[in-house]
Write a new protein. Structure first.
Length: 136
């Protein structure tokens, strides 16, 4: 392996680590939103609903950052001939501004689905990082 190959692999690893950190931060924010969502569904009232939506906004910002980091990781992977991480809109997040149990249930379900997608992305990034590190 020449110095250029090693440099490209290291750049891909660094981009992957940034993507992984962003995904884990989004995961944490979704966990917080999910917890507030459960409290809201159990009758938490307007304050818990407002906190839940604030937590969802935090999660959305983190997911946008994670999406950007994943795209950057994908570009770096092209330099080392490894398959890119597919991000087929899995970080898309809908807004639900209605209140009431049905809307809260829909938000909770969406949080859980998005959380599952982030878990899958984390596993994909970890697998690719493992493969990259084996190449060093």
């Amino acid at each position: 392996m020449n110095g250029m190959d090693r440099k490209e692999i290291m750049e891909a690893v660094e981009a992957g680590v940034r993507a992984l950190n962003s995904l884990r931060e989004a995961q944490s924010k979704l966990d917080s939103a999910r917890n507030w969502g459960i409290f809201d569904m159990l009758g938490g009232g307007m304050i818990s609903s407002a906190i839940k939506h604030s937590k969802l906004d935090d999660a959305r910002r983190c997911m946008e950052k994670a999406q950007w980091e994943l795209q950057s990781f994908g570009r770096e992977l092209q330099d080392v001939a490894l398959p890119s991480v597919e991000i087929d809109g899995f970080l898309t997040f809908a807004d639900f501004f209605l209140d009431g149990f049905l809307a809260d249930f829909m938000v909770q379900r969406h949080i859980n689905e998005t959380r599952s997608q982030i878990d899958n992305a984390i596993r994909q990034v970890e697998t690719i990082l493992y493969r990259l590190r084996q190449m060093l």
